[in-house]
Design a protein around this ligand. Sequence first.
Ligand SMILES: *[C@@H]1O[C@H](CO)[C@@H](O)[C@H](O)[C@H]1NC(C)=O
Ligand SMILES: *[C@@H]1O[C@H](CO)[C@@H](O)[C@H](O)[C@H]1NC(C)=O
Ligand SMILES: *[C@@H]1O[C@H](CO)[C@@H](O)[C@H](O)[C@H]1NC(C)=O
Ligand SMILES: *[C@@H]1O[C@H](CO)[C@@H](O)[C@H](O)[C@H]1NC(C)=O
Ligand SMILES: *[C@@H]1O[C@H](CO)[C@@H](O)[C@H](O)[C@H]1NC(C)=O
Length: 353
Amino acid sequence: MRRFFLLALTVASFVHARVWNDTGVGTIVFEEAWSTPEIAVTVGGAPALGKTIEELQANLVDVHNHRLALMDEFGVDFMVLSCVQPCIQGISDPETAAAMAVDLNNNLADLISNNTLRFGAFAALAMHNASVAAQELNRTVTELGFLGALLNDYQQSGPNDDTLLYYDQPEYDEFWQMVTDLDVPVYFHPRTNVEPILSLVYGHGFGLEGPAQEFAATLSTHILGLCTNGVFDRFPTLKIIVGHLGERLPSDLFRTDEQLLRQVPLGIPMQRNASSYWLTNLYETTAGNFATPLLQFHKSQIGLDRIMHSIDYPFALISEGQEWVNSLGDVLTREELLELKRGTAIRVLKLDD
Ligand SMILES: *[C@@H]1O[C@H](CO)[C@@H](O)[C@H](O)[C@H]1NC(C)=O
Ligand SMILES: *[C@@H]1O[C@H](CO)[C@@H](O)[C@H](O)[C@H]1NC(C)=O
Ligand SMILES: *[C@@H]1O[C@H](CO)[C@@H](O)[C@H](O)[C@H]1NC(C)=O
Ligand SMILES: *[C@@H]1O[C@H](CO)[C@@H](O)[C@H](O)[C@H]1NC(C)=O
Ligand SMILES: *[C@@H]1O[C@H](CO)[C@@H](O)[C@H](O)[C@H]1NC(C)=O
């Protein structure tokens, strides 16, 4: 009994007293993709200019070599890894998806276990069943020391992959309850759409699928669904992170608020306007969207305390993200820049708790 108690105490203090490479100035980045070799070979799309698809796939799999060397060279203190899109959200069968999520999470925990000074993880979750997702989130956070979850937009489902599950529906309240009980953030990352959306909506314009247009269009709709369906009213402490400078949402709040307010008398269940949730529940990161004037505009709309730096490696280069953020000393005070690079992330990810 006494031995068990001591063991439990050791495990608990291991999880809570996180030791990470806090230089006081380096960045913390957390829209950073990783995958197993089996998943990496299925990743297509357009690599960064001058890079090949083979390099991209190798960079997804690598953690301790090239990736870490770039982090050292360009001043990244700590990186949170997550499974490249669509990952589990692209698996329609619920049992296969749930089993694969557990495998991937164990695999990632093992992989980074010898360097938790530099690496943390977000859980991959099967979202077919809110209760299964909640239990796996709890396991990864309490037993593996994960910092939250990253969901690749909607969960595809059904025998023909054509049932799309959005987490703004009441059956997901059980999941959001666990998220808020654990007090961890959930990152919403875009995914490639299922057929027939791909061909019906993007078939006419080669290149519009993916990050140029499809990602922001599809994911921003899911985020607004969380607002309009009252998820943040039911879970006021819920923290959701949206990458790529908020998938354009904070660029268009005037029109979104004005038009949604017209729907309130028609019965949409949200209790506040959309922009107000950016002050209490939603955060954005700069991942893959290194645009200084846009950052300044978003600062004026939602405040710098809702914005955190990230890179989107290996789809964006570590050098590019780091050189950009370090150039912001021209437009931000030293204190603001430190908050953007690390301060807000330390609190949201609870690195020092
Ligand atoms: C801590 O991070 C910096 C980059 O910000 C790196 O240069 C340094 O080597 C790291 N220290 C350890 C012990 O990993
Ligand atoms: C962690 O293990 C990997 C794989 O064996 C190795 O390449 C890496 O150097 C190790 N890192 C540390 C900090 O020991
Ligand atoms: C979800 O999973 C739980 C626990 O495994 C199970 O009891 C429940 O029936 C499942 N719900 C659905 C809709 O399949
Ligand atoms: C979460 O996991 C912990 C540790 O396994 C367990 O004690 C706790 O009951 C779980 N919480 C819920 C709500 O299932
Ligand atoms: C949105 O709500 C906030 C209060 O929560 C209010 O200050 C603001 O004026 C509202 N914006 C619009 C466009 O209605």
